[in-house]
Design a protein around this ligand. Structure first.
Ligand SMILES: [Zn+2]
Length: 255
């Protein structure tokens, strides 16, 4: 959905992106685990979470480290779990999809945006929070991206940020009045503001529609597994994050 060509395309951008993606995914795994807990962020894990044995460089090679050790710690034999390889794989999938859709230099921007949203969505999935330290910079960077590369879109992006925030605050208010409890949080509103700052005001309805559809589908699948109580919190931010990136990449729906 990109008009104009402020981004250079090159083979170097392509290969560097594919090599960097799993490594950045590995860092995102650390961010997803540590940031909501208020623990200091390190570039990578330093020791096994089960036995505490310091990890060597070969244990930390994204995807391959896990595969070579057959998903178990080399020191204590405990299962390592699928979390880190899953985040690394998701980060790689984002880069591959970005390259397939936009190619060259622009895919780096798509991927950086996608990785940021991946961390946000995954944190919401695990903890039902969307930290300000991740949502607020995303609002600013969306406006900055417009100012640098797409100045004509800047007013629409700024309007998108304002409308995104206000519309979700309004929905949350109505929900509270109707149901007498919290349904959406302030974090969701800030995330939709970030979404508006990146995709612009006109594409916001598409983001909300795709996110709501995703949330409904997974609620339906979840109900089939175990009865869903109305109180079960749904991490709507995770669906907003996914929908935002898809609309950014493929453009808004044609209603
Ligand atoms: Zn261990």
């Amino acid at each position: 959905m990109f008009q104009g060509s402020a981004y250079p395309a090159s083979g170097a951008a392509l290969w560097s992106l594919l090599v960097a993606a799993p490594i950045i995914g590995s860092f995102l795994g650390v961010v997803i685990r540590r940031l909501p807990a208020g623990r200091p962020l390190l570039w990578s894990r330093s020791s096994c979470e089960k036995c505490g044995h310091p990890l060597a460089a070969r244990d930390l090679v994204p995807l391959f480290g896990w595969l070579l050790a057959k998903g178990r710690c080399r020191y204590c034999g405990e299962r390592l779990g699928w979390f880190y390889p899953a985040v690394e794989l998701a980060a790689l999938a984002i880069a591959v999809l970005a390259l397939a859709v936009d190619g060259g230099g622009r895919a780096w921007l798509d991927s950086l945006f996608g990785w940021w949203l991946l961390a946000l969505g995954w944190i919401d999935l695990r903890r039902w929070i969307l930290p300000d330290v991740l949502t607020l910079p995303l609002i600013l960077s969306g406006l900055l991206e417009a100012a640098l590369f797409n100045a004509r879109a800047l007013p629409w992006r700024a309007l998108g940020a304002a409308l995104g925030y206000l519309s979700l605050i309004a929905i949350a208010f109505l929900y509270r009045r109707l149901r007498g409890r919290e349904g959406l949080g302030e974090g969701d509103a800030k995330l939709l503001a970030a979404s508006g700052a990146w995709v612009g005001a006109a594409a916001l309805p598409s983001v909300v529609f795709v996110a709501a559809l995703g949330a409904l589908l997974s609620a339906f699948l979840f109900i089939r597994k175990r009865p869903l109580e109305a109180e079960t919190p749904l991490p709507f931010g995770a669906f907003l994050a996914l929908a935002t990136w898809l609309v950014w990449l493929f453009g808004p729906l044609a209603f």
